[in-house]
Design a protein around this ligand. Structure first.
Ligand code: SF4
Length: 326
């Protein structure tokens, strides 16, 4: 059996047909799943984010009509918030109706070539290959490619594509990457590409592992200021976490009481924050009580800071008293 047929057959028998974004031809729902899955595992998206988001925003039109803050609120905890901002931007740009050509889709903010192909292949069964991280690994191993090169990988993706069954082919390639040709423990015996796979004698060599770069640690201070029972927050303007609400951060040690420490690892650095309740004036964008904060979109690190404050409050009677005494 030819490899393309073997992949198709494998999908019929082993594919994850029950995933909700595989049971719809609604381009918006497929697009949403693709964006959510870019940096997040299927399990997390499925259990915590996909359905609540669709309940709040059942159509792209509803995303276009909502303020960005509402979209960020529904994205809260999923991380990589640029995805949510791009989704909102795209919804407004195309006035709630996604174009149906991969070229036009690829021109929208946050939709790369692979995502555009995925939307067209899954919603309209267009014969286009996809190239996400899992598929890249499978292709590197199948064709014994040591160094990842986008142009070469696209050529290989086109070469392997089953043009009569682009939907099943692409879904299969993603499933094989996620469940069979896994990074650490490829199951070549169970793989439909096994018969002609050039890299199966040494899968770990394809692609050649990159040298691990140790992520640097940044030490900073989160400043907690309180006024009449409300906490002062800012709406972030820097690229990372732009648009989300959170506590003021500073590189400088500030006068106050240490409430605890919070750590958070981003993709390119680790952040260690001393959480300081300060009596000094700190410039903020607004003052909020707990109930009001619950309605704001906070990043994971700011949620950790909030938890740290709550724990300190429970531990030690009012924080204010601690400051006064300190
Ligand atoms: S045969 Fe092995 S190395 Fe080749 S694609 Fe399948 S799981 Fe990966």
């Amino acid at each position: 059996m030819k490899v393309k047929e073997a992949i198709f057959q494998w999908y019929q028998e082993n594919g994850r047909h029950d995933l909700p974004w595989r049971q719809t031809s609604d381009a918006y729902k497929i697009y949403l799943s693709e964006i959510m899955l870019q940096q997040t595992q299927v399990k997390t998206v499925l259990e915590r984010f996909y359905f609540p988001f669709l309940e709040r925003f059942p159509t792209l039109q509803s995303v276009a009509e909502a303020p960005l803050d509402d979209v960020l609120k529904m994205w809260e905890g999923l991380g990589y918030y640029t995805r949510a901002k791009n989704l909102h931007h795209t919804a407004m740009t195309c006035k709630g109706i996604l174009p149906s050509s991969s070229e036009e889709l690829g021109g929208l903010k946050g939709i790369g070539k692979s995502t555009a192909h995925a939307i067209c292949a899954f919603a309209y069964h267009e014969p286009l290959p996809i190239l996400d991280a899992n598929v890249k690994r499978v292709l590197c191993r199948y064709f014994a490619i040591s160094v990842k090169n986008e142009k070469v990988l696209w050529e290989k993706a086109w070469k392997l594509l089953h043009v009569s069954h682009p939907y099943e082919h692409n879904q299969a390639m993603m499933d094989i990457g996620a469940r069979v040709c896994t990074p650490k423990n490829p199951q070549c015996d169970a793989c439909p590409l096994s018969l002609t796979c050039k890299g199966k004698s040494a899968p770990q060599h394809y692609p050649k592992p990159l040298q691990k770069v140790k992520v640097p640690t940044k030490k900073r201070f989160a400043l907690v200021c309180e006024r009449e029972g409300k906490l002062g927050l800012i709406q972030r303007k820097e690229k990372l976490l732009h648009g989300l609400w959170g506590f003021v951060q500073s590189d400088e040690m500030t006068e106050g009481v240490m409430l605890g420490q919070v750590c958070h690892t981003y993709s390119h650095f680790k952040l260690v924050l001393d959480v300081i309740q300060t009596p000094l004036h700190v410039s903020v964008d607004g003052w909020f009580n707990s109930e009001e904060i619950a309605h704001l979109a906070l990043s994971t690190v700011d949620k950790k800071i909030k938890e740290c404050i709550e724990k300190a409050t429970i531990r030690s009677t009012p924080i204010k008293e601690a400051i006064e005494e300190g």
